[in-house]
Ligand binder design. Structure first.
Ligand code: ATR
Length: 281
């Protein structure tokens, strides 16, 4: 067995993950002995992989597509964020117990604390999209005390299901309704794939948006999405999606290696360079 702490990211496929770049940067920065390994795990091998972690000398790791929901079902000790989101991206050991969390909501909030610190004073949000990413954002908004959220989705029943799960202050609404509701929003968040390279553009619905509102996209390829461009054009302060990717990695590194890393400009430039060289995948 290795005499240093081993961490992993497991998914299928896994070769495109940028997490090794992030964690290896921090390992080097702190001069720590440790590893962060990319492991391709097919769905049928997932439970055997998780059951063998301790014996293999792993201190924990990240889980990504398509395993996030399956790991949530597998691990007994899940925290509030994982329970609300119904998916796990980070696991670690406390003694012999495997613990699990979802750090996407943390990553979203920590990035906004960095980029748009006033976001915690706002009260009304508008969230576009009702998929897995949207669940993490709704959890973060609830934690931050948002009083009202308009949840916009093409497939309305999906938004209604999330409204039922996350509270009465969530109002499921259509894209048509969004053009009016946007006048009231202090914070706008895109969680859909609209505007991502190769996907349709985000629709032009900013006519009545407020210049003093804040806007955040979780898409980071391209870094300046059509959504963020429109928000800037109407005077809004914005935050791009790369920050969330970097910040969501912080709690895992701290659990596995015992030090809390910082998201700095060098790390951001390193990951941005990788995106520019290798593209969106
Ligand atoms: P994730 O887990 O990353 O959030 P997802 O569950 O596939 O991914 O959700 C993608 C989101 O983008 C959904 O809200 C989806 O809307 P539907 O629920 O109606 O499918 C939204 N989305 C994707 N393509 C879209 C499009 N062309 N127009 C409008 N919404 C779109």
């Amino acid at each position: 067995m290795a005499d240093f702490p081993r961490a992993f990211i497991c998914g299928h496929p896994i070769e495109h993950s940028r997490s090794p770049l992030i964690h290896n940067y921090w390992l080097k920065q702190f001069g720590l002995e440790g590893s962060y390994e990319r492991i391709d795990v097919e769905p049928e091998n997932l439970s055997a992989f998780l059951s063998g972690l301790k014996d293999a000398g792993f201190v924990g790791g990240n889980t990504t597509l398509p395993h996030k929901e399956a790991v949530y079902e597998f691990v007994e000790n899940t925290d509030d964020a994982a329970n609300a989101i119904g998916a796990v991206n980070t696991v670690w050991f406390e003694g012999d117990k495997l613990m699990a969390s979802n750090t996407d909501a943390y990553g979203f909030a920590a990035n906004l604390d960095d980029q748009l610190p006033n976001w915690r004073q706002a009260q009304r949000a508008m969230v576009f999209g009702a998929g897995g990413a949207s669940r993490a954002i709704l959890y973060a908004l609830n934690e931050a005390g948002y009083e009202h959220v308009d949840l916009i989705n093409r497939t309305l029943p999906r938004a209604q299901a999330l409204a039922n799960a996350f509270g009465d202050h969530i109002n499921a609404a259509s894209w048509e309704a969004a053009t009016q509701l946007i006048t009231q929003a202090d914070l706008l968040i895109n969680t859909t794939s609209l505007g991502m390279e190769g996907q349709p553009d985000f629709p032009a619905i900013f006519d009545k948006a407020r210049p003093d509102a804040l806007a955040s996209d979780i898409v980071y390829t391209p870094l300046e999405t059509p959504f963020l461009k429109m928000a800037k054009q109407c005077g809004q302060k914005t935050s791009d999606g790369l920050g969330m990717l970097l910040h969501q990695a912080v709690p895992g590194f701290e659990k596995w290696f015992g030090v809390k890393p910082v998201v700095d400009e060098t790390l951001r430039a390193l990951v941005l360079d990788d995106i520019n060289n290798k593209g969106a995948s």
